[in-house]
Design a protein around this ligand. Structure first.
Ligand SMILES: *Cc1c(COP(=O)(O)O)cnc(C)c1O
Length: 381
């Protein structure tokens, strides 16, 4: 029997290990930017396979500075999938650039390579590849094409962490990988994120831009405090206060250690959802889950009676939501309109079901029983 408890959509996974890691930081106490951040950056680079990682306070910060360091001329254009989280496009506006919204594929919700080529103009300087739900974009097509056109490739990996496409980690295909450790994401530190790159010049700039635009890393400066004039630095860029703190880094490092385990839990849950929804008449999958070496953040179904289905689930104590309404439908992005027939048609049918590592078998069964009930009695809704 299921309890009458409400089933959440997302839930961070943590235990005494994260709490102990935080206690450890307080022992020092050096809570802000310092050695724990450096340690996390090193471990994350090793995990992803990048030369460099910069710990940040969010993925939004990562997206912002991935563009900012190039100092592109005002009004230059950035290709953005029309169906993504607000931050992917906000990063473009923060830099006085213009988003060009690109349609998605109907069969995987990711940026359409065909439409990317159609929407490209000489004014474009970068492309944002968002691995929607954790499903990889066709990076083997996008990257060579982008390089040919001298575009910077920024991978928005907020929906994945450690997923692989054609034997290469997501985040390692483009010039930058941007990751989120926000409360609901794969790794959760409440808020947090990081950016990876293989390019040393970019790395130095990212560090400067994430810490007030300084010429020197403040922690390394501190370590050299026995030198003459250790205190000297110059402000060389208009930087931001986007760095990660030791407190967050301690949690992030602990979560990173558990990531393989967390991912395998998520894969098992998705497998159960897939098995349980195989034979439904009024539901389909918006993408073909490839669970091997993957890292998915969302389990999404498609149904024409989306709103009624969400209402029905909620009445049964099951959270469900929509990822996501296309950005050009939002008031601030209306003026960047364009054609995106696939997104227009597809988003109306999308429903995300609860997905987090501690989702119990009994809860999955309960959710599936409600999905099946809705399917069977579809005409009554
Ligand atoms: C959550 C999310 C972000 C922003 O992440 P934060 O760490 O909250 O700033 C960016 N892009 C996508 C696709 C997201 O889902």
């Amino acid at each position: 029997m299921r309890s009458s408890k409400h089933i959440r959509l997302f839930k961070p996974s943590f235990n005494h290990e994260e709490i102990n890691a935080i206690k450890e930081v307080f022992k020092k106490p050096w809570l802000g930017y310092g050695s724990k951040v450096k340690e996390f950056e090193k471990k994350f680079s090793k995990f992803i396979g990048s030369n460099y990682t910069v710990g940040l306070n969010s993925c939004t910060a990562a997206l912002h500075i991935a563009l900012a360091i190039h100092k592109f001329k005002k009004k230059k254009k950035v290709l953005v999938p029309c169906m993504t989280f607000s931050a992917t496009a906000a990063a473009v506006l923060y830099n006085n650039l213009e988003p060009v919204f690109v349609d998605i594929n109907k069969d995987d919700l990711n940026i359409s390579f065909e439409d990317l080529k159609r929407k490209y103009t000489k004014d474009c300087v970068a492309v944002m590849a968002v691995h929607f739900a954790g499903h990889p974009c066709k990076m083997d097509k996008i990257v060579p094409w982008a390089k040919k056109n001298k575009l910077i490739v920024i991978e928005d990996c907020a929906h994945t962490c450690g997923g692989t496409y054609k034997n290469k980690k997501l985040g390692m295909w483009g010039d930058f990988g941007c990751y989120s450790f926000e409360d609901k994401k794969i790794i959760s530190t409440g808020d947090g994120g990081c950016i990876t790159t293989n390019n040393k010049k970019y790395y130095e700039l990212l560090k400067s831009f994430s810490f007030h635009g300084w010429s020197k890393d403040p922690w390394e400066r501190h370590l050299k405090r026995n030198n003459d004039k250790h205190w000297f630095y110059e402000i060389v860029n208009l930087g931001f206060k986007y760095n990660m703190s030791n407190l967050i880094a301690a949690v992030a490092t602990t979560q990173l250690k558990k990531l393989a385990n967390l991912n395998s839990h998520r894969i098992k849950i998705i497998q159960k959802y897939l098995n349980g929804t195989k034979n439904l008449k009024n539901f389909s999958l918006p993408l073909k889950f490839n669970l091997e070496k993957s890292c998915y953040w969302l389990f999404i179904l498609k149904t024409k009676k989306r709103d009624k289905f969400i209402k029905f689930l909620k009445a049964n104590g099951i959270s469900a939501t929509v990822h996501l309404m296309p950005l050009p439908y939002h008031p601030i992005y209306k003026k960047f309109k364009g054609l995106f027939p696939n997104a227009k048609e597809t988003w109306k049918e999308l429903v995300s079901l609860p997905l987090f590592t501690e989702l119990k078998q009994s809860e999955i069964n309960f959710i599936l029983s409600k999905v099946k009930y809705f399917d069977k009695n579809y005409h009554k809704f």
